[in-house]
Design a binder for this molecule. Structure first.
Ligand code: RIB
Length: 313
């Protein structure tokens, strides 16, 4: 049977402007063209599961949108990637979420999200999502929907036998009762710092390893995967530490690189790849995503990732 990955999370229409440098508080900067592109951390992860699954893994998405044109566009983008959107429902009370994104010349970004309908995706709504998680081997979560909804989704996914992966983004304090429902926690450097109550900082691989060990101990989550961008990633569980180096590419836009990594990891593990190969696959997918502008627009199909891995040996 084809493995299934389920995703619960946000859908946003991204309003993207490329700038030379990100604006400082109080500063006006001139940007180039404006583009509207499909995004949202949940939808990006679902889209990436569809593309990276390449028919070998099926993806399902649960989320909330408004009754507007953005919603149609976002659902169409997921459907085109092969994602089952039966559990993406529209609400009359709020518009579809949007994100305002500036991307600088180095590919770094600043993002403000107006949550809209994502914000009214309630924990009680999760009761109707059994079919979404039924038969899923992995379930992906992020933090752009209410924490209670994430917690209810994690509990339902676990009860259906799925292994749960939480991307703690955007980062904030997480209750222990939520963390105890997580099998794999995947912070980037700054998210790990927030969860550990430290000032955000760029970390060396060794500092990230230490942070990952501390986070495992503090959170009680069995597996922590530290995402280190171009430095790669580190898998830490009770019996092993695996470091997978990253791939050097010319960065155009890092938006959704973390989402692509999480989806790549889930797809690879759902297919039965071992941890070393799964991390390499996820690193390659994320590296390719930063070479293009946009969130879902930048997520590569599986064939591109396989070709890239062959070329890089
Ligand atoms: O992770 C990238 C995403 O964050 C963007 O697509 C934007 O919508 C925000 O949710």
């Amino acid at each position: 049977m084809t493995p299934v990955v389920a995703v619960l999370g946000s859908l946003n229409m991204d309003f993207v402007v490329s700038v030379d440098t990100l604006p400082a508080p109080g500063q006006t900067v001139l940007g180039a063209n404006f583009q509207m592109l499909p995004g949202g951390k949940g939808a990006n992860q679902a889209c990436a599961c569809g593309r990276l699954g390449g028919g070998k893994v099926r993806a399902r998405m649960a989320g909330r949108v408004g009754y507007d044109l953005f919603a149609d566009h976002l659902k169409a983008s997921l459907s085109a990637a092969g994602v089952d959107v039966a559990a993406v429902h529209a609400t009359r009370s709020h518009p579809t979420g949007v994100a305002l994104i500036w991307v600088d010349r180095q590919g770094q970004n600043s993002i403000v999200v107006a949550s809209g309908a994502n914000h009214v995706f309630a924990a009680a709504d999760v009761n109707g999502l059994r079919a979404t998680f039924s038969g899923a081997s992995y379930a992906l979560f992020q933090l752009e929907t209410p924490l209670e909804t994430v917690e209810a989704g994690l509990a339902l996914a676990r009860s259906e036998g799925a292994r749960t992966i939480l991307d703690p983004a955007p980062a904030g304090p997480l209750p222990q009762r939520l963390l105890q429902l997580v099998d794999i926690l995947t912070p980037n450097e700054s998210e790990a710092c927030v969860l550990l109550g430290r000032p955000a900082a760029r970390l060396t691989v060794e500092e990230a390893r230490q942070a990952g060990i501390a986070l495992r101990r503090q959170s009680g989550v069995g597996t922590v995967v530290m995402k280190l961008g171009e430095q790669g990633c580190i898998w830490l569980d009770a019996s092993r530490e695996v470091y997978a180096p990253g791939f050097s590419v010319k960065a155009v836009d890092t938006t959704a690189a973390g989402d692509t990594f999480n989806a790549g990891l889930a797809v690879a593990l759902a297919e039965g790849m071992d941890v070393v190969h799964a991390l390499r696959f996820a690193n390659a997918a994320a590296a390719l995503s930063v070479t293009q502008l946009g969130a879902q627009a930048s997520i590569p199909p599986r064939a591109d990732v396989e070709r890239f891995l062959e070329q890089r040996g």
